[in-house]
Ligand binder design. Structure first.
Ligand code: GLC
Ligand code: GLC
Length: 811
């Protein structure tokens, strides 16, 4: 069953049934101020950091699910209803939610009143606009009361949920005119506040939660609303909220627009107070003045839409596969922006508290983002590299507000450093900005330790060769990409986290074939970069290590029909036919195939055929098989998951593209496409009841063939799947690959595709590329012309800035 449809023209997903199988959400904002919003107005907002600067409160895993958000209650007579159906769930005559690029609209009709809400964060603004349009569609006069509602979080999302003995005494607000200010802790060490305003005089307000709801009522029956009587409460401690009350009278056919602004402001410590000793509200007033009329708001909204037109204009495809085109042109690129902004911190599955920005995650997110806003990618690379240690190891995560490495999680994930090479080279290939490599970047944010960024890549590379195990393969450390393959942890205490418990890597023989494959791929990137920079000696040194790793993998990493996954602490094989469970894994086979290791000897082909035979299923490729059916203390968290879920034989979508790229290395476009399509969310729209999460974005995991309900997805939005799939479809299936000196055109497609067209902006020029496939090939460019001239190979050199180029390709 479907709960909506794609409106590609407007770049929206339209939900027309509010009872989706799980809250289907969207994100507001893409700079500093962020919001999450569901299809029934649930969600919350934060400034930069979902943990340290949480602005509104949200209760994860609540009953009912998705409770709390940006609510508007409309009261007519004795009835109260919400334009987004929840929380009152009064039946609506019509309901529609449109999730678009950085905005969401909710439209509800009840008893002849239409209420339309537009939520968005204007560019360069630390706030959200909530525009409410009310229309009387009936024949009589309508007298309505409107109550807005937000619940403030006391800034730190973690202590906000824990430290009630303090929290219940600290809450403070101010109300002035139509503006409600939240200023808890402003009296002491905080120089920031939040506010909620409306552009008209109000008829009452509430700022104390219990006064508004009544102590025993839920979000669906606020007493003040039910009685139609705002309490004009001023919060002192307990839980501060913001609610405006407005009385509205509408003639038949009349419309009224109200503009609410929910903002955040920081003051200089010297300017915290105004002359009378109250909060200095100047910044809020300035922001309010920018959005105090419908015209100003509509302009800001138009600017946001144009901004997305431009961003998405950098890569556009037309294949004739509607479901593919809408993912590539709209939703996949949009999701890449979201993962770039949040890494894995805040979604409906990530509480925003546990995880900051991942070193490994953020580097991979760059693969899908560098073509969108290169300047921001540049800044991110510098931030990430600044959390590295001089020996190349790094903090696994950092907090976006402080940009400092996160001590609680620590480091020791031995794949981490290599992703910096991939992220940085992807950026330089996209932009040609070699100067970034000379930029001074500190270690562990210590001033005085700065070295050129290039040296960070060198220590990243060397970290692997300085940490080789008994077979000459990379030592795994705490874990590699698979956070749950904890070979040095041996945890028997349920109170400790697998991710942070003591890492017994001293004396361990645990080696990773996944890191080996990643090392070969990123190592070759490093070699190519060195050569490009004229550092020939360093290139030769690095190439020697890469080639040696290739040989080592062939010698010690090959199991006969596929690549091993790892050696454990005691040097026993993992991912081998010798094992009873977990005989074959996706990660090592994906990476070693991408690296083309043993291609001449037929290893790559065999490995990928084994993946097809043993890991593929109806909904995608599972991570390992057979799944672990019991806990193995020597493997750790991977075996803690029931079979078919997460890292234990779930379809971990993030790593499917590695196999897909591997298939393109072999030229098997049919198989690459088959795999791509299986996990592509727009193809699951019709099975939403099973799939459960949004059909417009990738999920981290789909339950695998061994699970109770195969095909059920979880953890949507924040996943490396977004970047990897965009990278895979754009650079390997459609085959438009960035290099330092131009674009390589090397598609690998299913034979039945007759042609496709891509518009690609690259280094200030636009390339209009048409690929024709008259002979039903899967790979191999036969002829290519640039502006009518035949080229000698499939590389289009960089054209003068501002060029419009026509590229015609025949397979
Ligand atoms: C999560 C983590 C990512 C890790 C993956 C596999 O998605 O964010 O860093 O690689 O799980 O364990
Ligand atoms: C758990 C998850 C994994 C995630 C890790 C770090 O191990 O299974 O996907 O990467 O936690 O938070």
């Amino acid at each position: 069953m479907q709960y909506g449809f794609f409106d590609d023209e407007r770049r929206e997903y339209v939900i027309n049934n509010p009872r989706t199988p799980w809250p289907w959400i969207n994100y507001l904002g893409n700079e500093d101020f962020f919001g999450l919003i569901s299809n029934t107005a649930g969600g919350y907002a934060f400034y930069k950091d979902a943990k340290f600067r949480r602005l509104t409160r949200y209760r994860y895993n609540n009953v009912p699910t998705d409770s709390g958000g940006r609510y508007f209650y409309i009261r007519e007579g004795e009835t109260i209803w919400n334009p987004g159906w929840k929380p009152c769930k009064t039946e609506l005559e019509s309901y529609e939610c449109r999730h678009g690029m950085g905005y969401t609209t909710l439209t509800g009709v009840h008893n002849g009143v239409k209420a339309e809400l537009l939520f968005f964060v204007p560019l360069q603004t630390h706030g959200e606009v909530h525009k409410l349009t009310l229309t009387n569609q009936g024949s009589g006069v309508k007298r309505l009361q409107i109550f807005s509602f937000l619940e403030w979080a006391l800034w730190n999302a973690a202590t906000d949920m824990e430290n009630f003995q303090r929290n219940f005494s600290t809450g403070e607000v101010e109300v002035e005119g139509s503006v409600i200010y939240h200023k808890t802790e402003y009296r002491e060490r905080r120089n920031h506040y939040a506010f909620y305003s409306v552009n008209q005089p109000i008829d009452g307000f509430d700022t104390d939660r219990e006064s508004f709801f009544g102590l025993y009522n839920g979000f669906d029956e606020p007493q003040a609303v039910m009685e139609g009587k705002p309490r004009n409460s001023v919060a002192h401690g307990w839980s501060p909220i913001a609610s405006h009350c407005l009385e509205i009278e509408l003639e038949p056919g009349e419309s009224r627009e109200l503009i609410f602004l929910f903002g955040y402001a920081e003051n200089d410590p010297q300017e915290k107070w105004d002359n009378g000793g109250a909060l200095n509200k100047r910044k809020a007033q300035e922001m309010i003045a920018r959005f105090d009329s419908v015209e100003k708001v509509d302009n800001a909204f138009a600017v946001l839409r144009t901004y997305w037109d431009q961003l998405l204009g950098n890569f556009r495809v037309k294949t004739g596969e509607e479901k593919l085109d809408r993912m590539v042109n709209i939703w996949n690129q949009y999701q890449c922006m979201i993962t770039f902004c949040f890494s894995r911190s805040a979604s409906y599955f990530e509480s925003g508290i546990g995880r900051g920005m991942g070193f490994r995650d953020s580097n991979q997110d760059l693969l899908g983002f560098v073509h969108q806003i290169p300047e921001r990618a540049r800044e991110r690379i510098i931030d990430i590299a600044s959390t590295q240690f001089p020996d190349g190891s790094c903090y696994h995560q950092y907090q976006p507000l402080t940009k400092k490495g996160n001590n609680e999680i620590g480091g020791g994930f031995n794949d981490d450093p290599l992703w910096l090479i991939l992220g940085t080279t992807a950026y330089v290939k996209e932009t040609g900005d070699f100067a970034i490599l000379d930029q001074s970047v500190p270690f562990d944010n210590e001033s005085g330790t700065e070295v050129p960024l290039f040296d960070h890549l060198t220590v990243s590379f060397d970290h692997v060769i300085n940490h080789l195990g008994p077979h000459g393969l990379p030592l795994i450390g705490r874990a590699d990409w698979n956070d749950c393959l904890n070979l040095n942890c041996f945890s028997d205490d349920p109170n400790e986290s697998f991710q942070t418990t003591e890492n017994r890597s001293e004396g361990s023989q645990a080696e990773s074939l996944m890191i080996a494959g990643l090392f070969v791929v990123s190592g070759r990137d490093y070699v190519e970069l060195c050569n490009r920079l004229g550092k020939n000696e360093e290139a030769a040194r690095a190439l020697h290590h890469v080639n040696r790793m290739v040989e080592t993998v062939k010698q010690h990493g090959w199991d006969g029909e596929w690549f091993l996954r790892a050696y454990d602490y005691n040097g026993h094989k993992i991912g081998s036919k010798e094992n009873i469970e977990g005989q074959i894994f996706i990660e090592s086979n994906g990476w070693c195939s991408m690296a083309g290791i043993g291609q001449e000897e037929g290893m790559t082909e065999k490995a990928l055929d084994a993946v097809k035979e043993r890991l593929d299923c109806e909904h995608g490729i599972v991570l390992n098989n057979p799944p672990y059916t019991r806990y193995y203390i020597e493997y750790g968290e991977i075996s803690s998951y029931p079979p078919g879920y997460k890292e234990n034989a779930g379809i971990f979508c993030h790593n499917n593209p590695w196999v897909i790229i591997g298939e393109t290395v072999l030229g098997r476009g049919d198989r690459a496409w088959e795999y791509f399509r299986k996990i592509c969310p727009s193809y699951s729209e019709a099975i939403s009841d099973l799939h459960k999460v949004e059909p417009y974005v990738y999920a981290q995991m789909i339950a695998g063939k061994d699970a109770f309900r195969p095909g059920e997805a979880k953890n949507s939005w924040l996943t490396g799947t977004a970047a990897w799939n965009f990278y895979t479809i754009s650079q390997y299936i459609l085959g438009i690959r960035t290099t330092y000196d131009g674009l390589i055109i090397d598609p690998c497609i299913p034979p039945e595709w007759e042609h496709f067209h891509v518009t690609r902006k690259f280094r200030d020029s636009t390339y209009h590329i048409t690929v024709r496939n008259p002979e039903k090939k899967m790979k191999g460019v036969k002829a290519i012309t640039l502006n009518g001239k035949l080229l000698s190979d499939n590389m289009i050199p960089i054209q003068p800035p501002g060029s419009e180029c026509k590229v015609e390709v025949t397979l």
